[in-house]
Design a protein around this ligand. Structure first.
Ligand code: ADP
Length: 560
């Protein structure tokens, strides 16, 4: 109890209180920091989600106008190839390339969101992987050139064929290559290496660069969404979703991805993807064998002949409920024709009446209205009954085949089929019809039934020819008389006769008259001027001229 001891106790007590207070304060501060951190984090996540939602919405909005830029530019590039100057063409190409780039960026954002919410589905198909990768690789040549980066494509295999989801594969390579080019300074090297491992049945892809590299700490995070390594933040204009998307895509494709990198030395991204059929479930495989030659070659030998023959581009309508197959066919056929699409028979019928396509390609199994029903309805609608239909079906059953033809289908392909076979079939049908029309007009003997491909058309044309034949001697036999007798409007009659015979109604009437004259002359019972009167021509000289123009020889030749 000495004053000294009391002082000591007080000092001790004071320091204890001080220490405790400090500790408590510290803890409170820490707790508060933690809380702010948490709030910030939640805020970040929320912000990111909002960002993503915003991007997604915007991207959706951007897609339609972009499609509408891309389509016309593509048309400009294709259509006027001869008249356009090189300068104009280079401008078109610039628009096309950049619109394309914008389009893929927009799609990337959409894909990213889909990948995050697990909406992406795998659809693999047999692909010439080497050629496909080379194509993607080639599209980077220009960018590499601009940065003076040496870009190399290396592979140990001469040929790699396997099952990949082309779309996903494309995006994986696309992202890895564009990162490698982005993070490699001028005069660097970027390599794409491919190897098929026969033992594992997997494809090894490596994209390597000798660029800025990634620190060990960042390597763990680069696959996180919105992450961008700090060292690169200053000059990196990206969004931090590329690698996150790549990882989701690789995982969806049952593969894995790894990164090896040293700061300032460079990075290697290694992807392993299974490419044998056995790795994928039936519903993950799209059974469609691709044409063996590359798409470019296909485009080169496009049936320009047909397009020239008719002077206008043929319209083809593709009808399938499977969006992927439809898109695939539309893409493929767009290289040769003007292609329209419909999801089911019902939509297709409406569209047919509007655009009157040259030919329809239709799946059989479809909701709302199936292909057989569609074909039957089409063939019974006088307005569109002339349109040929090619049916696509998975049923190889003979009975169904007959059923298909029973409805008046003009062609029949069993899935899976080679799209070039479909093209060939379309080409043949169109060509046969053109040939028949030419034959009908140029030969004295051929019957009009040659030109009709459905019962509706047949009976109409029979009626028309009968009407013409029984009124031949009337020189005022006209289109309006036919319209009256048939109860059809003149525009409808015009369209119908034009479509079936490639002749305007007046030309058709004349053709029938001239054919009749030929058969009369062949009987050798009448001379030229008698025949002239019989078929309703006024002037034998004029008749002879028309006859010669039509069949290539004068009428008198038939009398010899
Ligand atoms: P973004 O490229 O849009 O920033 P990514 O997800 O593609 O987003 O990449 C995330 C981060 O990973 C990049 O910001 C960059 O820091 C780093 N990175 C990716 N690829 C490479 C590379 N080849 N070299 C160096 N850093 C890279």
């Amino acid at each position: 109890m000495t004053p000294k001891a009391i002082l000591l106790f007080l000092i001790l007590l004071g320091s204890v209180i001080y220490l405790v207070r400090r500790e408590i304060k510290n803890r409170i501060r820490l707790k508060q920091e933690l809380l702010t951190e948490k709030v910030n984090r939640e805020h970040d996540v929320k912000l990111n989600n909002e960002k993503l939602r915003f991007f997604t919405n915007i991207s959706h909005e951007l897609r339609t106008p972009l499609t509408l830029i891309l389509g016309p530019v593509k048309q400009l590039l294709e259509d006027n190839a001869q008249q356009v100057t090189t300068y104009q063409k280079s401008r078109y190409e610039l628009i096309h390339n950049n619109a394309n780039r914008l389009f893929s960026l927009v799609n990337q954002v959409l894909d990213f969101r889909k990948a995050q919410s697990g909406e992406l589905k795998l659809k693999t198909m047999e692909t010439d992987i080497l050629a496909y990768s080379k194509n993607i690789f080639d599209s980077y040549k220009e960018l590499a050139n601009n940065k003076n980066i040496e870009l190399s494509f290396i592979t140990e295999n001469e040929d790699i064929h396997g099952w990949i989801d082309n779309d996903k594969f494309d995006k994986i390579l696309y992202n890895l290559l564009s990162n490698a080019l982005k993070f490699t300074p001028d005069f660097g090297n970027v390599e794409l290496y491919l190897r098929y491992n026969e033992k594992t049945g997997k494809l090894n892809i490596e994209v390597s660069d000798n660029g800025i590299g990634i620190s060990k700490k960042s390597q763990k995070k680069i696959f996180n969404r919105f992450y961008q390594a700090t060292s690169t933040k200053q000059n990196n204009t990206g969004s931090g979703i590329g690698l996150s998307l790549v990882q989701s895509l690789v995982e969806l494709h049952k593969g894995n991805i790894e990164v090896k990198s040293n700061l300032d030395k460079g990075s290697i991204f290694m992807v392993e993807l299974p490419i044998e059929r056995r790795f994928y479930e039936d519903d993950e495989v799209f059974e469609l064998s691709l044409p063996k030659h590359s798409k470019n070659e296909e485009l080169k030998d496009a049936p320009k002949k047909i397009i020239q023959d008719t002077g206008l581009k043929q319209k083809i309508l593709v009808i399938d409920d499977n969006a992927e197959l439809r898109k695939y066919l539309v893409d493929y056929l767009s290289g040769f024709y003007k292609v329209y699409e419909a999801e089911n028979g019902y939509q297709a019928l409406t569209l047919c009446r509007q655009i009157r396509p040259t030919l329809c390609v239709s799946d059989v199994m479809m909701p709302v209205m199936n292909g057989l029903e569609f074909c039957e309805k089409l063939k019974n609608d006088q307005f569109i009954s002339h349109i040929p239909v090619v049916l696509l079906t998975a049923l190889s059953d003979n009975k169904d085949k007959v059923k298909g033809y029973g409805t008046g289908a003009d062609g029949y392909l069993i899935k899976p089929f080679d799209p070039s076979l479909l093209k060939l079939m379309i080409e043949n049908i169109i060509k046969t019809r053109l040939d028949l029309k030419a034959k009908f007009a140029a030969e004295t003997e051929s019957e009009v039934s040659l030109l009709t491909h459905s019962p509706v058309d047949k009976s109409l044309m029979l009626k028309v020819t009968e009407l013409i034949n029984s009124n031949l001697d009337k020189s005022d036999l006209s289109t309006s008389f036919l319209c009256q007798e048939l109860g059809m409007s003149s525009s409808k009659l015009y369209q119908k006769i034009k479509e079936l015979t490639d002749l305007a109604p007046t030309e058709f009437i004349r053709t029938v008259r001239l054919k009749k004259s030929a058969s009369l002359l062949k009987t050798k019972k009448y001379n030229v001027s008698e025949v002239t009167n019989l078929i309703g021509f006024n002037d034998p000289l004029y008749f002879s001229r028309c006859f010669k123009k039509q069949f290539g020889y004068p009428p008198s030749k038939l009398l010899k």
